[in-house]
Design a protein around this ligand. Structure first.
Ligand code: UFG
Length: 325
């Protein structure tokens, strides 16, 4: 069994990848400082409580375990916070990632899956966005992901690191068995907020801007099921393990839904009305982000299975009603 170190494996996306690896004959070893993650999200899995800037802890893991590859998810991901407190983002997402890469070099671990983002593109010049789309991130969060992409490419050229950087569009949903799902300490994402407004946990959902240049005036996003993301990560890992070359690859569905369409779909799935108000735009929101995904198909043999947003919302709703963390 291959040992895969999963940093941030107790977080939303990381925990779904850990589950998928465990079910597919890999041995995931989670390293997480639980600043955002949840211990309950990785029950029964090998777990190290540590930060990626803790060189001693990393040394202990890499010297005791024969690590075959690293999947790196531990990063802060609040766009707004990255604008008001960029240092937090540069210290963790950037500098601590370089520390992780140094320890990997020391132990000659050369395979790296990086959790990147469509936020590295910035404002769209054309839609759908392929991997050649210009990268001009418009906030510190996006810049940290962009810079790490550049750093790992320098490590590839100089030290022989092989990586796949996966640029997610909007991760959404939960595991269909209801045991793991999205639980952020501060929730800013559309689907969980709409569902919380429907369940009564929140008073209402605000549509953040209804004057965008889109058919119904609200922003369009490409929502990909977190379980589809997990399958794509495993395909990327398999590519690296079988000698594949480094690449940056979009993960999305090629289908965009507007904020109003997402709210309607949530109402349809739950059979309940959402209390909605219209509010001003949120700074830094591009009107439309939709992925071109032909490279994922070509390189990873991956296409998203859940392309109907209602399937994704249905899993999120189940999670919302029964979640334990
Ligand atoms: N939105 C609302 N009301 C809310 C919350 C969100 O109308 O209460 C809107 C946003 O304005 C946006 C859309 O819903 O148009 C989706 O917003 P999310 O916050 O769910 O997702 P983002 O598209 O902002 O963020 C995602 C990832 C980030 C990543 C970003 C790239 O979560 O990590 O895509 O643009 F950086």
């Amino acid at each position: 069994m291959k040992n895969i170190l999963v940093t941030g494996g107790a977080g939303y996306i990381g925990s779904h990848i850990v589950r998928d690896l465990g079910e597919n004959s890999y041995n995931p070893i989670i390293l997480d400082n639980l600043s955002e993650g949840h211990r309950e999200a990785c029950a029964g899995k090998e777990f190290v409580l540590a930060s990626i800037n803790d060189t001693e802890a990393l040394d202990a893991v890499f010297s005791e375990k024969n690590i075959d590859a690293v999947m790196h998810f531990s990063a802060f991901a609040y766009v707004g916070e990255s604008v008001t407190n960029p240092e937090k983002y540069y210290l963790n997402n950037l500098s601590a990632t370089v520390n992780l890469l140094s320890v990997m070099r020391k132990y000659d671990v050369q395979k790296f899956i990086f959790s990147s983002s469509c936020a590295t593109y910035g404002n769209p010049v054309y839609i759908p966005m392929d991997e050649q789309h210009p990268q001009n991130p418009i906030n510190p969060y996006g810049r940290t992901k962009f810079m790490v992409e550049k750093i790992i490419d320098d490590y590839r050229a100089a030290y022989g690191l092989r990586y796949i950087a996966l640029r997610y569009f909007n991760a959404a949903g939960a595991h269909p068995d209801g045991s793991i799902g999205e639980s952020h300490r501060i929730e800013t994402h559309l689907i969980p907020l709409v569902l919380k407004a429907i369940s009564g946990e929140k008073d209402r959902i605000s549509i953040l801007g209804s004057d965008y240049p889109t058919p119904d005036g609200t922003c369009i996003r490409d929502y990909i099921a977190v379980t589809d993301l997990a399958a794509a990560h495993r395909a990327a890992l398999e590519l690296l393990l079988s000698g594949g070359e480094s690449a940056c690859v979009n993960l999305g569905t090629e289908h965009g839904y507007s904020v109003k369409e997402v709210i309607s779909a949530c109402e349809e799935v739950t059979g309940k009305k959402a209390p909605v108000i219209t509010a001003p735009r949120r700074a830094g929101d591009p009107p439309e982000l939709v992925a071109k995904t032909s490279l994922a198909k070509k390189l990873l043999g991956f296409t998203a299975k859940k392309t109907d947003i209602r399937d994704i919302i249905s899993n999120a709703w189940q999670w919302e009603q029964t979640r334990r963390y």
